[in-house]
Design a binder for this molecule. Structure first.
Ligand code: CDP
Length: 227
C-alpha cells in the first residue's frame, strides 16, 4: 500500500535532504512545497511587487493568475526542478534575496490557497513524500506518516551556510542565522496554517544524527505503516 508522508519543520533543518533520500529509496515522488512559495516570491521580486520588504496584497493578488508553476524531474539531482512560467528557476529561488522575503509572501491566504491546490493535486494518488510547514496539519491531515523535524539553530545555520557556500554564494554565519530566526518566527506566528507540530507527528531532532541515521529512522516508520 502506498502512503502519504508529510515532513514539516523549521527552516534549514534538513527536511528536503531527508525527504529526497527517502523518496528515492522507496520509489515515491518527492514534492518540495517550499520551492513553490520561493518561486511566487521570486515572481513578486522580479515584477517589483515588493518594495523594501513590504508589498500591497491586492497588487500581489492581481498577479496571482499570471504565476504558473510546473516541475520537471532532473536526473542529475534526482529531484524535480521548479519552473516559473516555463523558466527553470531552481537555482535562483534558493538565493538569500528570496529567503529574505519568502516568509512575508507566504502569509497571504490566497497565495497559500493556490499552493494548497497544487500540492493536494500532486499528492492525490499517494506514494508521495512532501516537505514544508503545513503538510501534516493542513495539506494532508490524514497522512499516514508525519514527521516533525527540528535541530539546534547553530547546527541548522552551519548546514545552510555550507550549502550556500557550495553553490558559490558568500554570506556570513550571522546573516544566515538571522534569516532562519526571522523565518521561523514568521512561519510559526502567522494566522494562515502556521508551522506547528501535528498532534500525531513524530518528532525527529537531527542535530546529532547523520543522514544515514535519519533515513534509517524514517524507513522503520514507513515499514510499520505500509505493510
Ligand atoms: O529550505 P528551507 O527550510 O530554508 O525553506 P523552504 O522549505 O524552502 O521554505 C521557504 C519558506 O516558504 C518558509 O520559510 C515558509 O515561509 C514558506 N513555506 C510555507 O509557508 N509553507 C510550506 N508548506 C512550505 C514553505
Amino acid at each position: 500500500m502506498r502512503i502519504t508522508i508529510a515532513i514539516d519543520g523549521y527552516s534549514a533543518c534538513g527536511k528536503s535532504t531527508l525527504a529526497k533520500a527517502l523518496a528515492a529509496k522507496i520509489g515515491y515522488a518527492y514534492v518540495d512545497s517550499g520551492a513553490m512559495y520561493r518561486a511566487v516570491t521570486l515572481y513578486c521580486m522580479r515584477n517589483k511587487l515588493i518594495h523594501e520588504g513590504s508589498f500591497d496584497t491586492a497588487e500581489v493578488l492581481a498577479h496571482l493568475e499570471n504565476i504558473n508553476l510546473s516541475f520537471k524531474y532532473n536526473p542529475a539531482t534526482k529531484s524535480s526542478d521548479t519552473f516559473l512560467n516555463g523558466e527553470n528557476v531552481e537555482r535562483e529561488i534558493r538565493k538569500m534575496e528570496v529567503s529574505a522575503q519568502v516568509s512575508r509572501i507566504s502569509v497571504v491566504k490566497e497565495v497559500r490557497d493556490k499552493m494548497c491546490a497544487i500540492q493536494r493535486r500532486l499528492g492525490k494518488d499517494k506514494g508521495v513524500v512532501m516537505d514544508g510547514r503545513d503538510i501534516g496539519t493542513h495539506i494532508f491531515p490524514d497522512a499516514e506518516l508525519k514527521i516533525f523535524m527540528t535541530a539546534d539553530p547553530e547546527v541548522r545555520t552551519q548546514r545552510r551556510l555550507d550549502e550556500l557556500t557550495a553553490k558559490g554564494t558568500h554570506v556570513s554565519f550571522d546573516e544566515v542565522r538571522k534569516n532562519l530566526d526571522q523565518r521561523d518566527h514568521e512561519d510559526t506566528h502567522r494566522k494562515e496554517s502556521p508551522l506547528r507540530q501535528a498532534n500525531d507527528a513524530i518528532v525527529l531532532d537531527n542535530s546529532e544524527l547523520s543522514k544515514e541515521e535519519q533515513l534509517e529512522f524514517v524507513l522503520k516508520l514507513v515499514k510499520q505503516r505500509d505493510s
